[in-house]
Design a protein around this ligand. Structure first.
Ligand SMILES: Nc1ncnc2c1ncn2[C@@H]1O[C@H](COP(=O)(O)OP(=O)(O)OP(=O)(O)O)[C@@H](O)[C@H]1O
Length: 250
């Protein structure tokens, strides 16, 4: 009983995860025995120098890559024993992604791109649902535009709308404000915070932006594939910036 309660409280749990790239002669250890749980209904920022393993952690925790060792659970389900079809199903139903390569389909309009995850799951999305998702990221008037007709920041916001349209339990984002101007960046940040506070979703985001991290409930700092700091209280942006500088100087 208590085990069950513990599992349900964690939207995502990563246990002893190791991931190595490269060859046997020249291995690159991207994640080195990482253990971390992400509680449901929380907003976590993952920070760390370039190459510290942030994206790899997101890919493994989201079930996009299989770790070499260790366990990943989403909503209490161990991904290890699942075949590709079941992993894909679980991701489609529970997980949203906003990653650096937006992966929008070039031939589809913004509206069609946002509808895609629902269609792939065999649903017939209602137009109002899709337009509301675009409206929520400030792009209600760009529904008929194809990616090439949108700015980088607008494409990124379409990717966010697409990730949110399925109402995922967990949203993984990799630099979701990276290509945005200040105003769009603050809008996206407010939207991420609302997902947690108003919709009860869980957000895990990689960021280099101390202002994004200052809005998080928890900040996890990575260096050389390991967690070197795990701050569970809100920090102000200047303290975060100082800590980042220290990590980069290590
Ligand atoms: N597909 C891959 N093949 C080989 N090496 C890889 C691959 N993906 C990542 N790596 C290496 O693993 C390490 C961690 O990479 P990762 O992308 O997770 O870092 P990061 O912290 O997200 O970096 P950045 O902030 O620059 O995006 C790096 O040394 C990187 O070069």
């Amino acid at each position: 009983m208590s085990d069950l309660l513990i599992e349900v409280a964690h939207a995502v749990a990563v246990e002893g995860v190791t991931k190595t790239y490269g060859s046997e002669q020249q291995p690159v250890v991207a994640l080195d025995d990482v253990t971390i749980d992400f509680a449901a209904r929380t907003f976590t920022a993952v920070m760390g120098p370039s190459g510290s393993g942030k994206s790899t952690l997101m890919h493994c925790a989201a079930g996009l890559e299989r770790p070499d060792a260790g366990i990943v659970r989403i909503g209490g389900t161990d991904l290890g024993p699942l075949n590709e079809r079941r992993r894909t199903e679980l991701r489609r139903r529970q997980v949203g992604f906003v990653f650096q390569a937006f992966n929008l389909v070039a031939s589809l309009t913004a509206q069609q791109n946002v509808a895609l995850p629902l269609r792939l799951d065999g649903k017939r999305p209602r137009q109002e649902t899709v337009l509301a998702a675009l409206d929520a990221v400030g792009l209600g008037d760009r529904a008929g535009h194809r990616p090439a007709e949108l700015s980088g920041g607008q494409q990124q916001r379409v990717a966010l709308a697409r990730a949110l349209v399925t109402e995922p339990t967990v949203l993984f984002a990799d630099e979701p404000t990276g290509a945005l101007d200040l105003r769009s960046s603050r809008e996206v940040l407010r939207r991420l915070r609302d997902l947690v506070d108003e919709s009860g979703q869980t957000v895990i985001t990689v960021t280099h932006d101390p202002i994004v991290a200052a809005a998080a409930d928890r900040i996890v700092f990575l260096a050389d594939g390991r967690i070197v700091d795990d701050v569970r209280t809100r920090m102000d942006a200047s303290t975060i910036a100082t800590r980042m500088t220290h990590l980069e100087d290590r």
